[in-house]
Design a protein around this ligand. Structure first.
Ligand code: MN
Length: 275
């Protein structure tokens, strides 16, 4: 029995099947973690969503920005963007069951030596605080006012954490850090525009995960969301988005021994730009 953490699917169902074949996935005993962005940009978003949902408690999932975007479109509080490939889900006979399941997923998953979040954690947060703040958003998403939350989640401000933030601003900062952040300034402000690789990063920015901190206790943080970073492994941080939807690889990390498995994209070329 093994547990594997898998990078951003973004609808790359054919590549997911190839990766599961490569790791000899045993549906009866193995477990799969997904770093979020199950859907969008790729051609197999509906199949990805159905597959992961059907794993039941053999899967652990955290929400990504594309997953939340899907929920907002489905509720009529956001519009489909030019590159979105979400119509197949929105028109599916089982859409309500799928979307209800998706909305109930967490922002942060913690289990033993690993914690998983789609984008990142702010350096101002203690580890217990990160767990509590992720849960604040989860409870709102699972609660009766979720539609209002999905409507108010868009936007880049405030760009930094304060303990006295309340309401929509408080939830937006938590959500932006956990589902969109890549780079941060030395004084802890999120820069939500930069999407490039480390070599292109402006001098006044740094990756969120190099900030000095003790924020994840004994756990190493697993994240996705940053395809230009690619597979990135340090003792305390592992970035798993290796750009499958952009024609590169889909990655699985076996948590038991940190073995890495990769397959090349099996998708028809999307021809789009990374973003
Ligand atoms: Mn993302």
């Amino acid at each position: 029995m093994s547990t594997y953490a898998i990078g951003d699917l973004q609808g790359c169902y054919l590549t997911l099947r190839a990766l599961l074949h490569k790791i000899k996935f045993d549906a009866n005993s193995d477990r799969l973690w997904f770093v979020g962005d199950l859907v969008n940009r790729g051609a197999g978003s509906l199949e990805c969503l159905r597959f992961v949902k059907n794993l039941g408690d053999r899967a652990a999932v955290v929400l990504g920005n594309h997953d939340l975007h899907l929920l907002a479109i489905a509720e009529g509080v956001a519009k489909t963007k030019a590159l979105d490939t979400l119509d197949e889900i929105l028109n599916a006979p089982d859409r309500d069951v799928l979307l209800q399941w998706l909305r109930a997923q967490k922002l942060l998953h913690v289990d033993g030596k690993f914690a998983m979040v789609h984008a990142g954690l702010l350096p101002q947060w203690s580890w217990p605080q990160s767990i509590a703040l992720a849960d604040e958003v989860t409870q709102v998403l699972r609660g009766k006012h979720y539609r209002h939350f999905l409507q108010s989640m868009y936007g880049n401000n405030p760009d930094e954490w304060r303990d006295d933030l309340e309401g929509g601003e408080r939830l937006r900062v938590i959500l932006n850090a956990m589902t969109r952040m890549r780079a941060i300034t030395a004084d802890g402000r999120m820069n939500l525009k930069f999407k490039g690789g480390l070599a292109e990063m402006p001098q006044d920015l740094q990756p969120w995960f190099v900030m000095p901190h003790a924020r994840s206790g004994e756990a190493a943080v697993l994240a996705g969301h940053w395809s230009a970073l690619g597979l990135h492994i340090t003792p305390q941080f592992i970035g798993l988005d290796s750009g499958c939807v952009w024609g590169r690889e889909l990655t699985a990390l076996r948590l038991d021994d940190r073995a890495i498995f990769q397959v090349s994209s099996q998708e028809a070329s999307s021809g789009g730009n990374e973003g």
